[in-house]
Design a protein around this ligand. Structure first.
Ligand code: NZQ
Ligand code: ZN
Length: 393
């Protein structure tokens, strides 16, 4: 087991009706003015936004609003948010939505609390020194941003999707009512479940031995999400299934399943982020589309790990040939993706990139040949291109 820090400062308020507590939770933060940040309309349609306003009014909190966050959240709206917050003297941001809204809120928080262009942080040119405090009312179980240190933003200038991680951006509180996720379209539910599983799988595929507890937590978390994702395909109103998935979403990305690892692989995420930036696909679905291609490309570097995954997570019978067991595990995961109507290649994802675009994806993913990705196998720009190409379908 490797040395690790485990830091999860976010207060979790979980369960039915918890969004009614949001006014009190904000008041505890002792802020003067709140920006309520939200997406493209689901929170209006469901009536959630009105309930949030009601709770803030009842607590005597002054607030303004900024909606319009889209999936793969845009830098231009972040700039607008920064300008509004500075003009209005906002000192707390309440994100009401999913990963896109929360990430946009974090970016605005960095932009208000630091001088200069906020994009510098996402370009890794410098580190933020502060962030406005953030609170979350979560409406989709997926990205885990409600407890993670990350924010992922898309710059329309070049359609570059980049992440920035800092403990400064971790939410002060996260209100998680599983009932709020019952209005999600099936595709978003499945895409979210895929992302949750992948946050643990990225950490699980590493180069470390002897992690009995972390492995056990991880394996059980992934199995739990698979089981409940299947239930939700036919029973979207199943509260317990929604609750299991929602809690798994936070635990999968708050650092718990990375304790004692070397950080994990994360190549599939890096490959997907470029797909999201260029083709605006749902993040989880994009992950499902590239994972099999990535796994087959790197499996020979860690067949024993993939075989353990096959047996302990996918329920594959342990064979005498480790590589065969490993490959059957990859197939079983793809079968699971199909069972929840997720794509297992890029064309099934609904995009059909030209060969030139595959090269462009690889160039962008390698930060124009300045980095490699992955730890199971270090992947350079040529490897990235081949994985995209093998993932075409
Ligand atoms: O915008 P609205 O109208 O709210 O619609 C959203 C959006 O279209 C809809 N939705 C959300 N809650 C709903 C709902 N529809 C009906 N009922 C509800 N209760 O769902 C759509 C997707 O929302 P989004 O916030 O984009 O989903 P998700 O949470 O999957 O976030 C995806 C973004 O997070 C990033 C991804 O790259 C992507 O940009 N990630 C962020 C991470 C982090 N900060 O730690 C880690 C992840 O790996 C990921 O990269
Ligand atoms: Zn993700």
């Amino acid at each position: 087991m490797e040395n690790f820090n485990y830091y999860t400062p976010t207060k979790v308020v979980f369960g039915r009706g918890t969004e009614e507590q949001v006014g009190e939770l904000v008041r505890e933060q002792e802020c003067k003015k709140v920006l309520v940040h939200y997406g493209s309309g689901s929170v209006k349609r469901s009536g959630l936004l009105d309930r949030i306003y009601g709770s803030l009014d009842a607590a005597g909190i002054e607030y303004i609003s900024l909606g319009g966050v889209v999936p793969n959240p845009r830098l231009s709206l972040v700039y607008e948010g920064i300008r509004i917050c500075k003009e209005e003297g906002v000192d707390f941001i309440l994100a009401v939505g999913g990963g896109s809204v929360i990430d946009s809120a974090k970016a605005i928080g960095y932009g208000v609390a630091n001088e200069g262009d906020v994009w510098d942080f996402y370009e890794k040119k410098r580190q933020a020194k502060a962030c406005l405090p953030i609170g979350v009312v979560l409406t989709i179980s997926a990205a885990g941003s409600e407890m993670s240190d990350s924010s992922v933003i898309t710059n329309e200038d070049g359609w570059l999707k980049r992440g920035y991680s800092s403990d400064l951006g971790r939410a002060r509180f996260a209100v998680m009512d599983p009932e709020l996720t019952m209005t999600l379209p099936k595709y978003q539910t499945a895409s979210g479940c895929t992302d949750i599983m992948m946050h643990t799988m990225e950490r699980y595929f590493n180069q470390v031995e002897n992690m009995e507890l972390t492995d056990g937590i991880s394996e059980h978390l992934i199995r739990t999400v698979m089981k409940n994702a299947r239930i939700l395909m036919d029973h979207p109103d199943d509260y317990n299934a929604r609750a299991e998935v929602m809690w798994a979403g936070s635990l999968s990305h708050n650092g718990l399943t990375g304790c004692g690892t070397d950080g994990g692989d994360w190549a599939s995420h890096q490959l997907e982020h470029e797909l999201g930036g260029m083709f605006d696909v749902a993040h989880g679905a994009g992950l499902a589309a590239v994972w099999g291609s990535w796994a087959r490309y790197v499996v020979d570097a860690r067949p024993e790990r993939f075989a353990q995954f096959a047996v302990n997570v996918m329920g594959v019978e342990k064979g005498t040939d480790e590589m065969e067991t490993a490959l059957r595990g990859i197939e079983a995961m793809e079968d699971f993706y199909r069972s929840v109507e997720m794509p297992v290649n890029i064309r099934e994802l609904g995009v059909d990139p030209t060969d030139e675009q595959l090269h462009e994806l690889a160039e962008k993913c390698s930060h124009f040949r300045k980095r490699t990705i992955g730890c199971v196998k270090k992947l350079d720009v040529d490897d990235m291109y081949r994985i995209y190409k093998n993932a075409l379908g």
